[in-house]
Write a protein that binds this ligand. Structure first.
Ligand code: PRP
Length: 174
């Protein structure tokens, strides 16, 4: 296996500053609730939250989806729920990647039932070719082709999450 840089640390950091400025400009005055989806989004959450200049509240949520890549059942399980109510809040879901859209489609509906003022999604990476469920992503860092990517939070067998760049994991024999 070898790693090829797809999006460099510099490109990521520059884009996140742009996203932070756009988010600040888009929302009315007041607090923004960031909901980080574990585990892959931890790095994006850290950098994006610091690129946003307004007051933020940060919560974490754990999700696992069954049969990803095998079925379209869309069954998703919450493994760690939010600690605080989000009623009346402007919620921004922070994700590392949108792939089939199954996770975010489920999550958006789940959070909407908790009566926030608004729910939007920020995702560093978007693989639109893989979409099975429609998902509206308000803030996209980069659209990427259908390649297996690791780094900047994304893993392969829990490895590579600490890389500063987003890389394509390639089979050297290929
Ligand atoms: C990844 C990613 C999203 C989901 C996107 O998480 O962080 O939550 O997959 O895929 P989808 O659009 O096909 O639903 P993963 O299940 O790999 O967990 P992790 O973040 O803990 O690595």
């Amino acid at each position: 296996m070898s790693l090829r840089i797809l999006i460099s640390e510099d490109q990521i950091q520059t884009r996140i500053k742009e996203l932070g400025a756009q988010i600040d400009a888009d929302y009315p005055a007041g607090e923004l609730h960031l909901v980080c989806i574990l585990k892959g989004a931890f790095g994006f959450l850290a950098d994006l939250s610091r690129a946003i200049k307004r007051d933020t509240l940060i919560q974490f949520m754990g999700i696992s989806s069954y049969g990803k890549g095998k079925t379209t059942s869309g069954e998703v399980k919450v493994t760690k729920d939010l600690d605080h109510s989000v009623e009346g809040a402007n919620l921004l879901i922070v994700e590392d990647i949108v792939d089939s859209g199954v996770t975010l489609s489920y999550l958006t509906h789940l959070l909407q039932q908790r009566r926030p003022r608004s729910v939007r999604i920020a995702a560093l990476l978007d693989k639109p070719e893989r979409r099975l469920r429609p998902v509206e992503v308000s803030y996209v860092g980069f659209k990427i082709p259908d390649e297996f990517v690791v780094g900047y939070g994304l893993d392969y067998g829990e490895k590579y999450r600490n890389l500063r760049d987003v890389c394509v994991l390639e089979n050297e024999a290929a």
